[in-house]
Design a protein around this ligand. Sequence first.
Ligand code: MF3
Ligand code: CO
Ligand code: CO
Length: 275
Amino acid sequence: MLKRRTVKLKSPREIEAMRKAGALASQTLTAVGDIIRAGMTTEDINTFVHDHTLSQGAVPAPLNYRGFPKSVCTSINEVVCHGIPEDRALLDGDIINVDVTHIYEGFHGDTSATFYVGSPSKEAILVTETSRRCLDLAIATVRPGARLGDIGAAIQDFAEAQQLGVVRDFVGHGIGQEFHEEPQVKHYGRAGRGERLKAGMIFTIEPMINLGTWEIEVLEDEWTAVTRDGQLSAQFEHTLLVTPDGVDVLTARERVLANSEIYPDYWKAGTAGSD
Ligand code: MF3
Ligand code: CO
Ligand code: CO
């Protein structure tokens, strides 16, 4: 069979299924926020996500996806993405991205957030809050007629203005009955370039922002991506629907994310970087 390279628009029925998958993934990620604490291991997070997902009647998409061995990705500090849960305890001052993907009645919902463990350093706050803001700025560009390059430019312009690096090696992606579909959503680029967005498209945006260089390397486990310079990296991800008048965040949260949304004023004018 020919691989589809054009973006398929979702039908109303598919959109309703994707709403449900997104909502469930979001609920699991919110529940993860409540349990994050120093001393727990990434394997504990894996067990929690696995059980929580199954209790919803959903399935964790990462498990056995292209050989991935666990039910969630847990990426600490210099790990950019695709960290494999293991017997590693969270330490005070760590940042950790937890990336949850559910399959519910055949449809995927994909969302991640970076959490603070205990008291973060200034650098940890900078990279995490910049990543969060990059995702929000990117979402704000999404509407019919906008272009993929508008998304990338929004992220790149803001991150680079803070002298932070935007990871090039991983992209956001269309999502539906497959985990990863067309289009590829780059987190860098030029406004006004690239494919036009259309109502009915569903894709993720998931910027990975590095404190230093954007360059990464993949460890021998063939999954764990780390920053080349060993400095911190942070990421947030939502699954989005392009609607006739803008965007719907299918993985929107019902409440504030514990251990993550603790600096709501960080980017308010005049306060950034001050103590
Ligand atoms: N959830 C990741 C993404 O946002 C993909 C993880 S693939 C896995 O695209 F196999 F590592 F789970
Ligand atoms: Co994704
Ligand atoms: Co993800």
